[in-house]
Design a protein around this ligand. Structure first.
Ligand code: ACO
Length: 429
């Protein structure tokens, strides 16, 4: 039987329907609240607000569950590559052999960027943050592919998705090469997605990057584990921008900007900086944990805590395992990994972290793995963006298909009451 939620306001009852999700998560549908009562809800940070109904990703933060289109992420640990998972997220099911081959071919053919676009890289300052370049260049794709600005049928959408997925990798690698003053390496059509990225990052005109299966698998897994996370800050941004019917490139560029912040995708950089600071002897792990509990310090234990996961982040578990396996096999005895383990041990036994349900999140280990495979710190968030792209594309398309209303939250105004304008020269200092 369907549930009803009753709100009593000034003694008057108002009934609202309760929507129940596939996994029995209940939500009160208050879309008629203002029209019926004149009231709105206030939920800063949207911790209690469902902004849409979605069929892409399911998370149970209390139980540490993350599933893409119903499939638990643990099942991706030894299986598919990033492209299969991207297809799954974007098109709603796993691709068959022909669909996979066709999409993979499209990605290969679309890997080059327009030469005009390549020249843009030269005008960015050498020290420009790669995330700024990435956001600008993904937005610039709108200029170079005007035929893909309106995606009114699924086959055009598929072309746009393939183009964006393929070109973001080239743009990301070129941003890095520019920051290092190195020649741009064009994509190699013989290489698959991840190896092609590593080739564009690390090959030299006289020396092709040597593929390493271990490195490829680790990077594949990092991309897969970042591929979607339902209505997080950057995905909500993509949906917010997309709700005005802004095109796919513009919407995903906005997602990149949202991801850049240190409380979101930028956290893996902050984790490495924290570990380095401890390693350099400025603080011991114990002192750092103590500092992070002191609100006055403004310091947080980076890579710990999550808005949704209040038990453990399943992605962090998988990455901790990968880090533990990969580093010895690459013969890397990274002291930062030992510090990370020590911090984790201290924090997990500390009542402050236990009571607040603060556990390691995906960023805690991803930086160490990226560092071990030779990705420089300023590229960490860029890799996150490459991984998150299929999720953004899937959400953008889902929203367009629903012909959803433009996103437009309200506010509770707490400013001046009616105030008269004072001419410039009549104003007091
Ligand atoms: N270190 C120390 N204390 C923390 C931490 C932390 N990492 N995270 C939360 N807390 C404390 C807060 O001070 C607060 O304490 P209080 O109740 O005494 O005031 C309590 O835990 C709740 O914290 P909120 O900020 O309300 O939690 P919220 O859900 O808003 O934030 C967030 C989640 C942003 C991830 C936060 O835990 C954080 O800043 N973590 C560090 C940054 C980080 O790792 N971000 C990556 C997130 S994952 C991702 O984006 C892919």
């Amino acid at each position: 039987m369907s549930q009803i939620a009753t709100l009593i306001l000034d003694g008057e009852s108002h009934d609202f329907p309760v929507i129940v999700g596939t996994e029995n998560e209940p939500a009160i549908d208050i879309s008629s609240l203002r029209a019926r009562t004149g009231h709105i809800t206030l939920d800063q940070g949207y911790g209690n607000t469902g902004s849409c109904e979605s069929a892409i990703t399911y998370i149970d933060g209390e139980k540490g569950i993350l599933r893409y289109r119903g499939i638990p992420i643990e099942q991706f640990a030894n299986g598919p590559n990033f492209i299969e998972v991207a297809w799954l997220l974007i098109f709603g099911r796993l691709p068959n052999v022909e669909e996979y081959a066709e999409f993979a071919n499209e990605l290969t053919h679309e890997a080059n960027i327009d030469e005009g676009m390549r020249h843009h890289f030269d005008s960015f300052p050498r020290k420009a943050p790669p995330m700024a370049i990435l956001a600008s260049m993904v937005s610039a794709l709108s200029c170079f592919h005007p035929e893909l600005l309106e995606l009114d049928d699924p086959s055009r959408f598929r072309s746009a998705a393939a183009r964006l997925m393929s070109k973001i990798r080239t743009i990301a690698a070129f941003a890095y090469r520019h920051s290092q003053g190195l020649p741009y390496m064009y994509p190699d059509p013989r290489e698959k997605y991840v190896n092609n990225f590593l080739h564009m990052m690390f090959s030299m005109p006289y020396d092709h990057y040597v593929d390493d299966d271990l490195v490829r698998d680790a990077l594949n897994m990092i991309l897969i584990l970042h591929a979607d996370h339902e209505q997080n800050c950057s995905t909500s941004t993509v949906r917010m921008v997309g709700s005005s019917h802004a095109n796919l490139f513009a919407s995903c560029s906005a997602g990149i900007s949202a991801l850049w912040g240190p409380l979101h995708g930028g956290a893996n950089v902050a984790v490495l900086e924290m570990l380095q600071r401890i390693h350099d002897g400025q603080l011991t792990p114990q002192e750092y944990v103590k500092l992070s509990k002191d609100k006055e310090s403004g310091v947080r234990l980076m890579g710990f805590g999550h808005r949704v996961y209040k038990n453990f982040d399943p992605r962090a578990r998988l990455l901790a395992d990968i880090a533990g396996e990969l580093l010895p096999r690459l013969d890397k005895n990274d002291p930062l990994l030992n510090i990370a383990r020590e911090l984790e041990e201290i924090a997990l036994q500390d009542p402050y972290f236990v009571e607040r349900k603060l556990y390691p999140n995906v960023d805690f280990y991803s930086g160490i793995i990226l560092r071990a495979i030779g990705i420089p710190v300023n590229m960490f968030t860029v890799i996150f963006a490459m991984g998150r792209l299929p999720g953004w594309i899937a959400h953008w398309w889902e929203q367009q298909q629903e012909n959803a209303r433009i996103s437009r939250p309200r506010q509770v105004y707490q400013g001046n009451g009616l105030t008269d304008y004072t001419p410039l020269h009549g104003r007091k200092r």
